[in-house]
Structures are given as C-alpha cells and as structure tokens.
Design a protein around this ligand. Structure first.
Ligand code: DOR
Length: 435
C-alpha cells in the first residue's frame, strides 16, 4: 500500500483561486482535495500559516552535462532546483556533445534518471542539417533553435534552414532570438576594444526585435507552435501584443530586475544573452506579464564559474545561475506589490505545463503528480553565495534580502527539501507530454 500524506491547514493556490484546503497525497499523486475525515492517512503535515503551490516548472535551464561539468551537472543543478521549489526542469541542448541526435537526447535522459532529485526533460537542438532527427524525436518537450549565437555553436540563421525546420517538423519550437547580422554589425561599429557596458549595445534592442519578428513570422506562416524565450525589450512586448494564440512568450528574472546600470555594481555577473536592458524595458516586461502577452517566467539558469566570469570582456562568458532563487524573487515581487501570488503560480507553474503539454503537472488537482511546494510568504532570508547549491556557487543576487521563500518541496510525493536541506537520494522522473 502506498504511503499517504495529508497536508493540512495551508492556504492552497488552485487555478480558481486561493482557499484553505487539505491535500491528500498517495504515492506519487494527489489523491484527493479535502478528503473525508475517515480517509486513511499515514502522515500528517501541519502547514498552518503557509501556502501550498504546485511545483515550479522551469522551462529554460542550462545544466552543462555532458561536457562542462566544472560549471554544473545534472545532479547539482537538480539540487538547486529542489531548494528553489522547482520540481521540473527543461534543459537546453548547448552541451558537449550538443543534444542534436536521438542518442544524445537519450543519453541525457538516462543520466538524469540516475542522478536528478527533481523531474526533467530535454530539448532537442536544431542544426541546419538535422531535420530528420527533429522529426523523429519523441521524449522531448520540443525543438530549440539558436537564431542568434550564444554559449556554444548551435546557430541556425540561414532563412532556408529555418523555413525547413518550421515547415517540416511538428514538435513545438522555442528560440533564442537575437539577430546575428545586427549583432555582428554592432560589434564592428563599436570596434576592437569593447567594454562590458557595450554588451547591451552589441546585443541591442534592434537585435532582439528583428529576430523575434523573424521567428514569429515563420510561426504564423507555417502555423507552427512557437515559444519566444527570454523576451528582453519593450519593443518585443509591443510586437507580441498581436500574436496568435499558438505563439507564446517568456520573461526571465534578470530581465525583470536588472538594468544596464547594474554593470557598474555587478560587472560580468549580469552579462547575459539577450543582454540586460533599461528600466523602461523592466517596466514593459512586467506590463507584458500582467496583460498576458508574456505567459511564462523561466530562469535561463546558465552557470559559469566566477573565474570564467572574471575574465575581461568579451572573454567573460554570458550567463548567470538563478534556479534556486527564482521562486523567492517572484514571491518577494508579490510581497512588494508587483504581482499577486496567483500570478506567480500562473507564470511559473501552470503556463509552462500548458505551453509544453506536460502531463499532470502545473496545478494542484486530483490525479495530478504530487509536485508541491510549501511557501512561507513572511520568511525573510538573504541570498548568500556560500549557501548556493549550484556548482558555480554564486548568485548575482548575493546580499539581497527577500521576503517569501519555499520551505518544503515534494517531488512526486517524496520530500526532497525540508529544514533547509535537500535529500540527494530522491529521484525525479522524466516529464511526459500530452500529444
Ligand atoms: O547568456 C546566456 N548564456 N544566454 C544563453 O542563451 C545561453 C547561456 C549559456 O548557455 O551560457
């Protein structure tokens, strides 16, 4: 008989709203909401004063295995997830080897099954030559295209290759949208000695907008499901306002919270692709989220070591770790009145499950997986580099105090994070897709 746990006394965030409810978990599933008092219960968790939310699904992380395990690996990335209330991650293909073959995809799935404490999925990467692979791939949320180059060499910017991918494949597509020729022209204009602040002039507003327009044009012409990753500009938000419903978009915490002025304070720690932009862009992204133009929040967790980041620009690599603080950052945003708790859950849990057709996740519902997070909206805690579980051991938010933190995480009914500690023996499962 499977173990039954009753989580009692919490305010539960349902798709319909927040209310007090008891949630009965059996094995890996949510068995019942408000079960009868006669129901068998093996363990009771008193969650009075706390809120219960579905586990966060982060649809954009880079966990660096195989190939760059000195920065992160699937185990350490998953530990950081568990601590941060992320119960499912979808990982990007710019590893070494890149995930551009069925063998590489299955290799990652096997590695993850043996070492990840949360649930997992892996995108299949597009190249100019692998349409046949993109057509065959099954155990994946979708296809990732780097329409602009970033870390790694997975660039597809020829129009003919892009047309083929949109025309001849059926899996949903997501893309990194920064226009390569605009980036190159900006780089040449700025000259051979760029400084860090030039990063946002090289990867400027136009580069982001042009690539997003180009990709959305393809998605519309081929009526192909398409997700714009990490929107970073007010102009893209305006452009996306008229998108059809098969085009979705996402924002990342660093584009919501950081601005170009932060290069002075944080240096290359906030060097990202797409680059961070202005305060006006932060405001526009928030408005885009609130008005539903942008539906998803994901981190683009992209760890590099502090030594790598300390190299002089442009040798310093782009990317920052965020997966263990993203939920707290958003809970703190709701504490500060920037959004509501229901919106945080909609953007971080429900929307990614919907965008990627993930089965039985993203909501607290009978029959769904018991991927659950208890959050304490009053808990104040300061982010500290030395406490980070990401192998890179730093955060651009080091020293920042946030109000609202995950305090307990369940992955498929198993407690994986509690009392500040992650249980590294728990194992998550491969995400399943409803299609
Ligand atoms: O800044 C970034 N770093 N953006 C990306 O899209 C890739 C990432 C990485 O893998 O380092």
């Amino acid at each position: 008989m499977s173990q039954r746990t009753l989580i009692t006394g919490a305010q539960v965030v349902f798709p319909e709203g927040i209310r007090a409810a008891n949630v009965l978990v059996e094995g890996h599933q949510i068995l019942a909401i408000d079960p009868p008092s006669t129901a068998r219960v093996d363990e009771t968790v008193n969650a009075k004063g706390l809120h219960l939310i579905p586990g966060v699904i982060d649809d954009q992380v880079h966990f660096r295995e195989p190939g760059f395990e000195h920065k992160e690996d699937l185990h350490t990335g998953s530990l950081a997830c568990a601590k941060g209330g992320v119960t499912t991650f979808l990982e990007m293909p710019n590893t070494n080897p890149a995930t551009v073959t069925i063998e590489a995809l299955h290799d990652k799935l096997e590695r993850a099954a043996s070492k990840c404490v949360v649930n997992f999925g892996f995108y299949i990467g597009a190249t100019a030559e692998n349409v046949d692979v993109l057509q065959q791939a099954k155990r994946t949320p979708g296809i990732k295209i780097f329409i602009g180059s970033s870390t790694g060499n997975l660039l597809v910017d020829s129009q003919a290759a892009l047309e083929r991918i949109f025309a001849e494949t059926t899996l949903p597509i997501c893309a990194h949208c920064e226009d390569e020729s605009t980036v190159r022209a900006n780089r040449e204009r700025i000259g051979s000695n760029p400084s860090l602040a030039d990063h946002s002039k090289i990867r400027d507003h136009a580069a982001a907008l042009i690539a997003t327009q180009r990709a959305v044009d393809l998605a519309i012409r081929y009526k192909h499901r398409f997700h714009v990753l990490h929107v970073s500009t007010a102009q893209e938000v305006e452009f996306l306002r008229g998108r059809p419903d098969w085009v979705t978009a996402e924002a990342c915490p660093h584009h919501l919270f950081f601005q170009i002025e932060d290069y002075d304070r944080l240096g290359s720690q906030v060097q990202m692709n797409p680059s961070i932009k202005t305060a006006a862009d932060n405001v526009a992204l928030w408005e885009g989220l609130r008005s539903g133009v942008i539906e998803v929040i994901a981190t683009d967790h992209a760890p590099h070591t502090l030594e790598e980041k300390a190299q002089a620009y442009p040798k310093s690599p782009s990317g920052l770790p965020a997966v263990e603080n993203s939920l707290a950052l958003m809970l703190d945003a709701s504490y500060r009145g920037l959004c509501t708790l229901e919106q945080v859950v909609a953007w971080m849990c429900a929307a990614p499950a919907r965008v990627w057709d993930i089965k039985n996740k993203g909501a607290i519902r009978e029959g769904f997986d018991a991927d659950l997070v208890l959050v304490d909206l009053a808990k104040r805690q300061t982010i500290r580099n030395e406490e980070q579980l990401t192998k890179s051991q730093w955060s651009p938010w080091h020293g920042v105090e946030l109000t609202g933190w995950p305090v307990r995480t369940w992955v498929r009914g198993q407690t994986v994070f509690q009392n500040g500690k992650v249980d590294s023996d728990v194992r998550g499962a491969e995400a399943e897709y409803q299609r």
